[in-house]
Design a protein around this ligand. Structure first.
Ligand SMILES: [Fe+2]
Ligand SMILES: [Fe+2]
Length: 140
């Protein structure tokens, strides 16, 4: 396991917390699939499936926040979107390298050293401010 879901910083909108929880579950799933693959217990195909599920979830996560920010004219939308776009570009690049090299260590290093620390910081900063703003308009 990469991160216990109880460690996810909580924001003011429950629907965003749910999305983050689901993402960490998929990230943990990907992480354990890679470990099992490195031990010869799972295939590269299993890693590929878990990676694709994670990547699709990240895209969905970001676009759901962006839709709400656009709808309610969030003042820092361009800045928040800029962070999402940067990470999507990294993931697209990782996907290309993965498809070429099929090296699970590449994905493992990225999620441990880049994605997870980035996500924790992003939730504590951008998502926290955004959720606080949106909570004045959205009741969930
Ligand atoms: Fe988020
Ligand atoms: Fe975000």
């Amino acid at each position: 396991m990469l991160l216990d879901i109880s460690q996810i910083p909580q924001v003011a909108l429950e629907r965003m917390n749910k999305v983050h929880e689901e993402e960490i579950k998929l990230l943990n799933e990907l992480y354990s699939t890679i470990d099992e693959c490195l031990k010869g217990e799972k295939s590269l195909e299993d890693v590929d499936k878990a990676f694709r599920a994670f990547y699709e979830d990240v895209k969905q996560h970001f676009s759901s926040e962006q839709e709400m920010m656009e709808k309610y004219n969030f003042f820092a939308y361009p800045m928040h979107r800029g962070e999402h776009d940067m990470v999507l570009a990294q993931l697209e690049n990782l996907k290309r390298r993965w498809e070429k090299d099929r090296n699970p260590e590449l994905i493992k290093a990225y999620v441990e050293k880049e994605f997870l620390p980035w996500l924790m910081n992003h939730i504590q900063t951008m998502d926290t401010v955004t959720a606080h703003f949106l909570s004045h308009f959205i009741k969930d």
